[in-house]
Design a binder for this molecule. Sequence first.
Ligand code: VG1
Ligand code: CO
Length: 566
Amino acid sequence: MANKVTTINTKPFDGQKPGTSGLRKRVKVFQQESIFDAISPQGKTLVIGGDGRYFSEPTVQSIIKISAANDVKKLIIGKDGILSTPAASNIIRKYKADGGILLTASHNPGGPDNDFGIKYNVSNGGPAPENVTDSIYAKTKTINSYKILEGGSIDLSKVTSKPIQYGPTQITIIDSVTDYIELVTSIFDFDLIKSFLQNTPSFKVLFDGLNGVTGPYAKAIFLNELSLPESSLQNCVPLPDFGGSHPDPNLTYAHSLVEAVEKGKIPFGAASDGDGDRNMIYGAGAFVTPSDSVAIIADWAEVIPYFKKGGIKGLARSMPTSEAIDHVAKKKGLQVYEVPTGWKFFGNLMDAGRLSICGEESFGTGSDHIREKDGLWAVVAWLNIIAAANLPSHKHLFSSAGDFIGINDILQRHYKTHGRSFFTRYDYEELPSEDAQKVIDALNAHITNQSLNNTTHTSESTKETFTVARISSFTYTDPIDNSVSKNQGHIISFTDGSRVVFRLSGTGSQGATVRVYIEKYTKDETQLNLSTADGLGGLIQVALNISYLVEFTGRKEPTVITNPNM
Ligand code: VG1
Ligand code: CO
């Protein structure tokens, strides 16, 4: 069908450095050819998919042409170019592909004037490590031509019964959902969840796909496997512009879920992001911070068949994620690893058999069943845990008098057993880079001079005082390959164990985003039920005072707060 190779002249592109997870840019400034120069694609098998956002189809067609010109052996493409990030990770592993190209900018908005993105994953199914993204970046600075094999477009809308030959490349179009459903149903106790749901009609479930990629996956799980009514789903049709909204599952952007849950007093709500790797668990009056979510999943892991059978090899969190999971690890005698922000850092630990369950405060939760965080996995994990908590064998652990043990009962019991880590994150998005840099420079100066140590700071409103124990910049040495990642965030630790972390985002597409992570732990029973605002108010004030963030940026308020009122 295709045979003529043409060389297209191009020029090096500026600003194509991949960030925390892939490269994200406004659609108008996107180019992707340099990946092929960096990965020696000859004879390889690549998985292609994405969240279906605007610009995906032409990009898949162009990847087909470039692959064929570069003697790629095989392309496995999701129908209509659709694969959620976790589904793609599974397919890379299951079909032993050499890697995958995912067309997504994750939770960033889509459409002609918004973001497009590319994630390149390697053969373990996980995001490319820094040495690979560095070499792709180096190519973007020197590229002056690329090759395409000129053939027609491939019809992506039909699953192939036998591979299509396109020059030297075999193309298979697969159903986007089947393999993932097979995986998820092998991990969790679907019979238990189903019988709990059927016997507890007042336990209503609402999943919001935010018009991202998870719609078809959610239909398969909630309607087909769990026999829930269609009213259990909303915004489950993937749209190229996500319906004009921000497909980001947090209390600010997932307001469609929050409103429906509160209005209908729905005990269990959940949402996932554009490419399906993030999740939010939110029931009427009950919000689970991602840091608590991963700790609770780890604590309850034995009720999940996958872990009951395989055991828990170890736990991990990204550095800014709260230490809630550390308390679980301690009780269970498990190792807990602290890695930099970005899922790529968990992969080596999983491949080495040291890590089973991990999470990030940014609504990312997952396990070693794949090498990406997995939104629907976390949602089903919570349903599995709740179903188990309602069995007579566990129900006696709770004092709740309601119809069923729900999200809040599980949270309360967790806090009582392990203590509570109050946690929030303030994001200051799209700042001029110079202003963001001023904040970082000032923190660096504190590190150089060690001028903050032993200084005491009082919050004007709560009168609480906090004494700085130390300030440091987080450096990670990978225990498996000894690679070193520097400058992964500034940590101010206080003598009472509280922490404040400052970090520049690596996923924005405009200007710079400063993230401030604030954490305070308590075992005091009278404090466990405070709202986050009350539990953390004093420390937040102190963090802003020490960093002069408001003065440097002119921003009195953050653009997003992770859990403002809960
Ligand atoms: C953010 C999150 C990080 C996450 C990354 C990719 O990165 O903080 O925890 O791994 O997004 O998630 P940053 O550098 O902007 O803080 V996704 O769902 O956008 O691939
Ligand atoms: Co995502």
